[in-house]
Each structure stands twice: as C-alpha cells, then as structure tokens.
Design a protein around this ligand. Sequence first.
Ligand SMILES: NC(=O)c1ccc[n+]([C@@H]2O[C@H](COP(=O)([O-])OP(=O)(O)OC[C@H]3O[C@@H](n4cnc5c(N)ncnc54)[C@H](OP(=O)(O)O)[C@@H]3O)[C@@H](O)[C@H]2O)c1
Length: 272
Amino acid sequence: MTYLVTGATGNVGRQVVEQLRRDGHSVRALTRDPASARLPEDVEVVRGDLTRPETLTDALDGVSGVHLIGFSGDDYAPLETAAEVVERVARAGVRRATVLKGVQGEPVEEALQATDLEWTFVQPVEFMSNALDWAGAIRSGGEVREPFPEALSAMVHEGDIGAVIAAALTQDGHHGRTYLLTGPEALTKPDKVRILGEAIGRDLRYVELTEQQARERWAAEGYAPETIDFFVWVHGDPPEEGYTVVPTVEKVLGRPARTFAEWAAEHAADFR
Ligand SMILES: NC(=O)c1ccc[n+]([C@@H]2O[C@H](COP(=O)([O-])OP(=O)(O)OC[C@H]3O[C@@H](n4cnc5c(N)ncnc54)[C@H](OP(=O)(O)O)[C@@H]3O)[C@@H](O)[C@H]2O)c1
C-alpha cells in the first residue's frame, strides 16, 4: 500500500515519512520543490502544490491513505483550496486521511467530515523542535533570552506526532477521532534550558526578557504585529490544553511519550 504525505519536508511531515518507512510502507512525498526536498532515496518524491489542486492528480494515483496539512505557504494561512483538494482525494479512491491541525480550525477538516473517508485529526501542542530556535544563541554564547519564565508547556516530540499519524493512517480504530497530543511533562523555559545544558554538558544561562523587550526583538526579526500578539498569548498566557499532560501518545502507540531530555540528547549536536 502506498501512502501520500503532504508537508513531507516539514518538521512533522518528515517524521510521518520516517515512521511509515520504518513500518515497511511505501511512501510518496509531496513537495513544491523536489530538488530541495532532501528525502530518503526509497521515498517517491512528487511535485505538487495544494493551492493548485490540479497538480495533485499523479500524486494521488493508487494511494490508500493520505496525510494532509491544513495550511499553505510559509505563513500557515488556512488552505483555501481544501474543498477541492479533498474532493480529489475522495475521487481518487483514497480510504483514509489524517490532518495535522493548526491552532485554529481549518477548512480541510470541514471538507473531510463531509466525505466517507476515514479521517483522524491530530492536534499537537508545542513541538519540542521549537527549541532549535535557541541553537544559534546556545552555540555562540550559552545564553537563552526569552520572556515568561513561569509559563509551562507540555511540548510533544515531533517523532511522536509522526508515529501517531502513521498509526492512524495504517491501523484500524482511529477514524472519526481528534487526538490532542502532548509530551509526558509540562516544563518552563528555564527547565528546558537546564535540560539542554545537561544534554551538551555545559552550564547554560536563562535570561528573562520583559514582554516589551520580547515584542521589540520579534518586530526586529520581521514578525507581523498580529504574529507578535499570538506569540505573547501562546507563550505568556497559554491555553490550559498547552500545559495539561494527556495520555494520548501512550494510548495510541502503547509506549510512553518521549521526554524533552530524550529529545535534547538526540539533538545535542545542534547545540554544541
Ligand atoms: N511549531 C509548533 O509548536 C506547532 C504546534 C502546534 C501546531 N503547529 C502547526 O503545525 C503546522 C506546521 O507544521 P510543520 O512545522 O511540520 O511545518 P513546516 O516545517 O513549516 O513545513 C511546512 C510544510 O508545508 C509544505 N507546504 C506549505 N505550503 C504548501 C503548498 N502550498 N503545497 C504543498 N505543500 C506545502 C511545505 O512543503 P514544501 O516547501 O516542500 O513544498 C513543508 O513541507 C502549522 O499548522 C502550525 O500551526 C505548530
């Protein structure tokens, strides 16, 4: 059976591809730019753009399950062509679909709910891989400057997100469900800095920024005012579901969700 993975070059999509391969499935990966996809050789890489559904015909040929992203472009705008994409998925005879849910509801979910496809929506909280944003500062000065030291996050390992998606695509019993995914513990930013320091064997410093200093830094980095407001909300006053640990990963995979210490050990080279 062949599975089509959209967003296959992204943080989560790469992990979906990896898990499907590990389980012995044949994987087709969609990208707008095959030349820069950097996917394993046994993955069939196909060119396609979700904002131009007519480009998906070959990608959908002979596929039994498809993993969909609900956004398009680098600003994660909701996929306006979702209804047509889903119509083509259904017409191609695909049986199952998973969706990586964003922070807001997306048209792709609504479109799938109106079909006979067996869908599963996967809604992760913060990805552990966001810590890579600190890699440069840690490598060069050993210091992480961030606001909101008390705020907790139950970050989830992107490999666990990929494994849950692969399970929902390839196994029975997951359809019609929305899986909220968290890691096994809620941590503050100073906790994360300490754990990264342990992983690389160095003392790292957490330096608290005020909200105003953080806003100025994000503006200097080119973020739009509404994105900065989103950052302040999600980091400073996160919704309860962002820091409340739930057992979904373990229930679906039959093993505990991976810890941030495990993630940090796997990625130590990025911070050295
Ligand atoms: N970071 C977090 O903490 C977090 C937490 C919860 C939810 N989320 C959600 O996760 C999503 C981001 O996932 P990610 O980090 O895995 O993505 P990512 O690493 O930013 O990668 C984006 C992917 O989307 C693909 N893509 C974008 N526009 C496309 C289009 N028009 N047609 C086909 N493919 C397109 C890109 O493919 P090509 O460039 O190869 O074409 C790439 O594979 C967002 O919805 C975000 O809200 C993030």
